[in-house]
Design a protein around this ligand. Sequence first.
Ligand code: ADP
Length: 262
Amino acid sequence: LNDAIGAKPRPTGLDQVAAVIVVLSGKGGVGKSTVSANLAAGLAMGGLRTGLLDVDVHGPSIPRLLKLTGFRPEMSPQGMLPVDWHWNLGVMSIGFLLPGKDDAVIWRGPAKAGVIAQLAEQVAWGARDVLVVDCPPGTGDEPLSVLQLFGPKAMALIVTSPQDVAVDDVRRSVTFCRQMDVPILGIVENLSGFACPDCGAVHHIFSTDGGARLAEEMDVPFLGRIPIDPEVARSGDDGDVYLAVAGQSPAATAFKAVIAAA
Ligand code: ADP
């Protein structure tokens, strides 16, 4: 209708955002939020004007990962203001809008879609080089609305773990992005081997290379493997961004390589 009557599209908070990286996973628990937080922090530390938007309605973990639990976003005439974090990383999470930290989201589908749309369009991001979006897992209605809302600016980064079942889920994620015409930046294999803090070696507990094989088979870039590192889990629990405290460990090196490739 806008085209027919020659009206300008409604302005949204995304108008000055150059690119959107939507972080997807075929299932929960593979480290999607951990990768999103470290990717956004790494891009911000590298000097890009970066935003991080958490629309994981089932488990918004970004506030905990960044020690922002309990924050409430301020309002401006342009919309909700992202919380300004270290390195000028702007953060917005569905968790900021819930009444308490233990409140689960029990809205029905249309209400969830409405809140996701509100967060996508009504946050006053201002000028940003990149916005990282932590998306709900799977290939159902919620990730679908996220990809639709970010439309032509969206690129997908798919996180998987090396086990075959997770990898099968990723195959669906790749197909899902293709059906939605969303370009795929690449696949990251997280929880890929165990980085032993004592001997420094990476031990492969599960089968390896599932993500790499799948990337090759589906003709999608493979961005790298991040090993299991107890420090990643500890930093997430304590609200430290792993990359900022990690030094030169195998997982830190792997995260940096993923960020550079993205
Ligand atoms: P998702 O967003 O996919 O549900 P999370 O990012 O919340 O997954 O990660 C699930 C759990 O696994 C968290 O406790 C997190 O700290 C831990 N975790 C994620 N990646 C790693 C890793 N590379 N090494 C160790 N623990 C990790």
